[in-house]
Design a protein around this ligand. Sequence first.
Ligand SMILES: O=C(O)CCC(=O)C(=O)O
Length: 364
Amino acid sequence: MAASPDNSIAHIASDEDQLFEFVVRTGHGVKGLVDAGISHIPNRYIHPPEKLADFKRISSTITLPIIDLSGLSDASIKNSIAQEICEATKKFGFFHVINYGVPQDLVKRLMDSTSEFFELPPEKKACYLKGVSPCKNVFLGTSFTPESEKCLEWKDYIIMFFFGEDEARAFWPPEYRDVLLEYLKLQQPLISFIFESLLKGIGVTVDDELIKAYIEPKAVNLNYYPVCPNPELTVGVGPHSDLGVITLLVQDDVGGLQAKIEDEWVEIAPMPGALIVNVGATLEILSNGEYKSVEHMARASNTNRISIPIFVGPRPHTKIGPLPGLLQKDGKPIYKDLLFGELMEHFFSTPHKGKQTPLDFARF
Ligand SMILES: O=C(O)CCC(=O)C(=O)O
C-alpha cells in the first residue's frame, strides 16, 4: 500500500518548498499557519540573532510630539500648527496628531472590517493574490518580498494602490471597501495640510499643481500580524524607511511599532485616538535632506495586531528630485532626479535592510 502524503502542518512547515507554496502561493499567509495550529515558527521565519539584537534591547518608549488639529479652522492657530508640524518632523521624523477629522467610530469600523477580511477562509482571499487579482492595483501578500527574502516576516497584508474611486468600487473587497473609501476621503484635507506645511516650512513655493503631483495617489495597506508563537525570533516588518512622501498610520492598542530616533531604537506606544505621521524617502529626496525619513519596523507579538498605513506619494511616471527652490538655497543636490516608478521598483524588489533602501538608490 502506498504511503499517504503527509499533509500535516508540521510537515509543511518543515519543508521549504511546501511552506512557500502554502504561505505565499496559495495565500494562506502566516494566519494560515496559526489557524492550522502551528506551535513553533518555521525556520524560514527565524532571523539571525545579530539582526534582532537592537530591537530586543529596546527598553524605552518614546512620547512623540502630539499635535492637536482641532483648531485648524482658525487661521491664527493654523500657522502655529503648521510650525509645530515642521518642528516635530525635523526633530523626530515621526509625530502624533489628534482631532484629525476622522471620527473614532469610523476608525473602529475600519479595524473591525480589516479583521473580518483576514478572518475569511483562505480560498475566499486567494482571488486577490498577485497575478490572480482582477486588478493589478489590489493584491494580497505576506512578508514583504518573499521571493527574494532569506528570512520571511510575520505579516499578512492586502495593498491597494488608489487611483480613483471607480476602480476602488469595482475591485476592492466588499468587506471593507466602503469604510476604507470614507476613511481615505476624510484624510485628504489633512494630507494636503501636512504636505503644504512641510514644504512652506523649508521655503518652497507651493501651488495646486505641486500638491496634486505628489500627494494625489496613495497606497493603503491593511496589515494583519497574527499571533506569533515565537515573537522573539522573528519580526513583523523588518527595518526600513517608507517609500513615499508621508505615511499616516493607525494602529490598534496592541503595540509593536519601533523606530530609530536619535540613533536609538524606541517603541512608539499606541495612543488612543491618535494617528501617526512619518516622513518617507520621497520627501527626504524632494527636500534635499532637510526632512529625514526614519527607519522603523514592527515586532511580532503574541497577540493579533492590525495597523493601517496610508502611503502618500506621486504616480510612477512623476519625476522626483530635490525641488528647485531648495537647490537655489543650498547649491547642491544630495539626491539625483529619477522617476518615482524607478524608486518604487527598487523598493519593492529589495528585502528590508534598514534606511539605506531606497535612499541609496537615489543618492549621488
Ligand atoms: O505596523 C506598523 O506599525 C508599521 C507598518 C509598516 O512600517 C509598513 O507597513 O511599512
